[in-house]
Design a protein. Structure first.
Length: 145
């Protein structure tokens, strides 16, 4: 299992950061590995929202089916990955002096044909680097508003 935790501080308040996070369709603007998002439900936010996310990391492209499992306004968004790579992820926001902090956690299981646990071990530093860059891009997007 690949277990990744990344934290980024923002000069924006949690409500400003949440306003961007809650718009799942806009995640492709700051997630370099997310190519496209297509909703499978009529609603596009909140628990039960389902969508397909075309994900590309290097030469690997997957269609990741995702379901929002937790939704606490301005605090937490949780997701379950139900595609070829399975697992869970959360965005957790907290107020900090002069802004906010976002912690992104993912726990992902890789299928045998992607190396299973060995593939997850090899992918962890790559994914950590990509997701750290994603949060820096999110910070630049939020803080230029």
């Amino acid at each position: 299992m690949a277990t990744i935790r990344i934290t980024q501080t923002f000069s924006a308040a949690p409500d400003v950061l949440w306003e961007e996070l809650r718009q799942i369709q806009r995640h492709v603007l700051w997630m370099h590995d997310a190519v496209a998002i297509t909703f499978e439900t009529d609603h596009h936010e909140g628990v039960g929202t389902q969508f397909l996310c075309t994900t590309k990391v290097g030469p690997f492209v997957t269609q990741d089916k995702m379901v929002i499992t937790r939704w606490v306004e301005e605090k937490v968004m949780g997701v379950e990955h139900r595609g070829l790579i399975r697992g869970t992820g959360t965005f957790e926001l907290s107020a900090r002096s002069g802004g906010s902090e976002l912690t992104w956690r993912e726990a992902l299981d890789f299928p045998w044909w992607l190396g299973g646990p060995l593939g997850a071990y090899a992918a962890t530093p790559i994914l950590r680097r990509i997701w750290r860059s994603n949060l820096r891009t999110l910070a630049a997007l939020i803080e230029r508003v």
